[in-house]
Design a protein. Sequence first.
Length: 411
Amino acid sequence: MDIYAKYGVTRRINAAGTLTRLGGSLMAPEVLDAMRAAAGASIDISELQAAAGKVIARATGAEAGIVTSGAAAGLTLATAACMTGWDVARMEALPDTASFPNEVLMIRTHRNAYDHAIRAAGARIVDIGNNDRGTGAGVRGIEAWEIEAAITPRSVAFAFAATPQTRADLPTVVAVCRKHGLKVIVDAAAQLPPKENLRAFIAAGADLVVFSGGKAVAGPQSSGILAGRRDLVGAALVQLIDMDVTPETWAPPPPIDRKRLTGVPHHGLGRGFKVGKEEIVGLMVALERFVGADDKAKNAGFARRLEAIGARLAKVPGIAATLVSAAQTGRVPLLEIAIDRARVGCGAVEFSRRLQAQPVPVHLGERRAVDDVLLVDPSTLRPDDDSLLAASVAAVAASRKARTSARSRRS
């Protein structure tokens, strides 16, 4: 049965990648089987989170880890843990942080729409640095003195948005923050693959790292990973789980340290971010699959499919398809589709809109649409959709050219 058809929802061809708005990754059968099996029994969620923490720790090299309801929730919980530690009164106060340190430093050019997740915990983001290298205005990145000049008694953490371009600045950030007792939170939500990045940020000295579980890891779309120091992960977990408990019978497993808690907290800031047993188990199985996968073989298969699509598009006037290898992207191979405005009759944005209006909507990556280039990301492209994708691109190119020619003749 086509469950989407049953409820009148249109299935789409997703060659744009593991985007949340398109449902994220396509989960493997064994992940789905594990989630189905998990749904049929009752367990203690905190005990299950502790088990997941062991899987995450093995994969990341961190002391501890938990499954969150996405990477954004991971950022909020990480920020909350840095501000509260084991102080239950502070946990109870969030997001009201007027009475304790709440400043999170962030390089100005790292600011993005997802930093809302940091502010949601009650933190105040402090912009720092000029980062001329990051903006293309010069050669310099963030410098130690810029960080130190911004530190005040209310500073608690540093939020670092990881990309291949920003990685060079992380050692400086870690060194200064460690010297002054600030925690470093790394947002690495979309920095997988390569799988080596699972360990890279913890190894570089980050206190907490956040990854998406529903992108390259191919776990449930509503899952994420928070990994790092045991005390901070524990403080995050106690603010996430159901705390409608009787204090006398509550026996939390690690990484929650009841002896260090100043009391037994009520529901925390993260209670609305709860993660079901199905998502936790699904993430565990998906993460183990991701770590054990043969990336070279997988990318070779992707490349062969993209080459076949490119060969079909080579016959389409106004379309130029170019394969970009995984070695070049640092992730998976991509197919660049360059749109010749003069021959096709429109630019990449309009071309993408037309593709999405097809009987079976087709979504391509729009990250380079400003250059009239659309991208085919094979990560979420089902093999049986390859031919239809190529045919749809050819049909849209032909229809736009025909309409442009007709208008020219009428004029």
